[in-house]
Design a protein around this ligand. Structure first.
Ligand SMILES: [Zn+2]
Length: 149
């Protein structure tokens, strides 16, 4: 059966909230997602690529909008994986600007994080106010990733 997962990650890949903050967010979640099937909070040891599953279509340049060649991207990912995604710096292949793998435009959105909040079958797409309430509790900005598997 296909599953829809909403993943919320800090915009800063290295940000991991304190236990106290995580507890606060846990208490907040059922009011934001009353119909969700379940929640999953994960703190990984290293930064990971947080993907949109089957929704992954393409990658493009944040500067000039050119599509990024997937084999180039794959190679850059392999290289970054070699240092456990501690260094995400790249130069865009199209216009040669310095950027990061985290700042490329992923369609659908994807990102990098140590800390991931997952909502399995969330029941609705959270409104901006709900995301802001969550950001206040987490004390960071979050990026929304919608995955299908
Ligand atoms: Zn470019």
């Amino acid at each position: 059966m296909s599953e829809s997962i909403l993943k919320l990650i800090p915009t800063n890949p290295n940000y991991v909230p304190s236990d106290q903050i995580i507890k606060k967010v846990r208490n907040l979640f059922p009011s934001i997602f009353p119909h969700a099937q379940r929640f999953d909070f994960r703190t990984a040891e290293n930064v990971e690529f947080i993907d949109p599953g089957a929704n992954f279509e393409s990658v493009s340049c944040p500067f000039c909008g050119s599509p990024v060649d997937i084999s180039w991207w794959q190679e850059a990912m392999d290289q970054a994986a070699g240092n456990k995604f501690s260094d995400l710096k790249i130069n865009t292949p199209c216009c040669g600007k310095s950027s990061s793998l985290n700042n490329l435009i992923y369609n659908w959105p994807a990102g990098f994080a140590k800390f991931t909040l997952s909502v399995i079958d969330p029941g609705h797409d959270p409104a901006d106010e709900e995301i802001h309430a969550l950001e206040d509790a987490l004390q960071c900005r979050v990026k929304k990733i919608i995955a299908h598997y």
